[in-house]
Unconditional design. Structure first.
Length: 427
């Protein structure tokens, strides 16, 4: 891990100090950037022709966003686009802060609100996810907080609620009517911005033996602990106090699962990227030490921005599951951490970056065969949105046909979703 990354992880363990130092650092960098690049001051968006940016949220002043990059807001028919509308609060939301759940009918360009949720955060929303089915019905799932507990709700956009499962979900294998989950309350306190805040009095730092990765039976509403944190911590230093799980994702067929096992060691966050079978068996550690964002390329290969013994710096690496085979992707071309995903045809890698010294985040398309990257847009981020608790990332996601991208951006001073049409660019 690079020295810069080590310093960042250390100071992130002291949130108040980290925010103070980071704010001063950003203000200094932006001032210097402005002196050197006076011609770019005032430009909130720089787009590359022939890319077209479409805004469906011009009419009002609410916050609109979708969430993380690992789920698509488009329905299987691509007629409907899910969104979350949220209050403009300057803190991490709690279960007292209600957000609206809705969709845009893209055929008629109309917004519809279909429900509410009290289980959401600024990074991942309420985990909105379409449940693709043979009948092509517009059904989706999301998390909520009801009657003193976190749950997940299966909902039809026209017919309303279909089922409430008494546990929140993280990712779904709808073909087999199962989901995987984790302790969202604990996650909020150990990694603020990714879990759900139900108040200090409800913090559930369960014993490692009874906390970890859970399986949800979405048909019969059962919940079972598959892998305990105690199992994951086996062989590590017993003095390590806190272990947790984050970022669980099924592979395309649902036959394997990737996740992060994280823990604090001497105040520094350590990350192990691991895979397993959906029943919790055959656990394999692919990365031990540093890893940030990943995506499945296919059923047995995972792309991740991570560290590797072959290089002192982090890069995008393509790992073969259950093996030590690894190859570097975009070395010298893709040089920054981001939120990656492959196009449906596998020809392109989509990712973004964190803000540069001028506050601009880059949206990048990488041509895999040609080993070429294309910056298709730069989006300004006000300083307050570069830091917790309000941090906002582009989190780009593909549509089903691989010709459009949806991003969350704050370049207009509030959260909005934008669709970027790539048809002309890709042709």
């Amino acid at each position: 891990m690079a020295l810069k990354d080590k310093f960042q992880e250390y100071f992130e363990s002291y949130p108040a100090l980290y925010r103070l130092l980071a704010r001063g650092y950003f203000m200094k960098d932006q001032f210097v950037y402005g002196l050197k690049n006076s011609g770019s001051i005032g430009k909130k968006v720089v787009k590359i022709d022939p890319v077209d940016i479409i805004d469906h949220f011009k009419a009002d002043k609410k916050n609109y966003f979708f969430g993380y990059y690992d789920k698509s807001p488009w329905s299987s028919s691509e007629r409907y686009l899910l969104f979350l509308s949220t209050p403009r609060i300057g803190k991490h939301p709690t279960v007292k802060d209600e957000a609206g759940i809705g969709y845009i009918d893209l055929k008629h360009n109309r917004k519809h609100e279909v429900g509410k949720t009290r289980a959401w955060n600024w990074q991942q929303g309420c985990m909105l996810k379409w449940l693709d089915n043979e009948e092509d019905e517009p059904i989706f799932i999301h998390n909520d907080f009801r009657s003193g507990r976190f749950v997940c709700v299966i909902r039809h956009i026209k017919k309303g609620e279909m089922k409430v499962v008494p546990f929140p979900f993280y990712d779904v294998d709808w073909k087999n009517r199962r989901a995987l989950s984790l302790n969202f309350e604990k996650l909020h306190h150990l990694r603020p911005g990714y879990g759900y805040h139900a108040g200090k009095e409800r913090t559930k730092f369960r014993n490692k033996e009874v906390d970890g990765i859970y399986e949800l039976d979405l048909l019969n509403e059962g919940v079972e602990l598959l892998v305990s944190l105690s199992d994951l911590a086996e062989g590590l230093d017993e003095k390590v106090k806190h272990h947790w799980v984050n970022h669980i994702e099924f592979n395309p067929s649902g036959s394997r699962v990737v996740f992060f096992h994280r823990y604090l060691s001497k105040g520094v966050r350590r990350t192990r990227m691991m895979t397993m079978n959906p029943d919790g068996s055959d656990i394999y550690c692919l990365v031990d030490g540093s890893s940030s964002h990943f995506t499945w390329k296919n059923d047995d290969k995972i792309l991740a921005y991570a560290g590797h013994p072959s290089d002192e710096s982090n890069h995008y690496y393509l790992f073969k599951d259950r093996s030590d085979k690894v190859e570097t992707v975009g070395k010298g071309v893709l040089c920054e951490d981001g939120h990656p995903s492959f196009s449906p045809d596998g020809d392109w890698l989509l990712t973004d970056t964190y803000p540069d010294k001028g506050g601009r985040k880059k949206l990048i398309l990488y041509d895999i065969d040609k080993d070429e990257s294309h910056i298709i847009g730069k989006f300004y981020t006000p300083i307050k949105y570069r830091l917790d608790p309000l941090k906002s990332d582009l989190h780009p996601r593909w549509n089903r046909r691989g010709e459009k991208i949806c991003i969350d951006s704050v370049h207009e001073g509030r959260r909005k979703m934008y669709i970027i049409d790539l048809k002309d660019f890709l042709s």
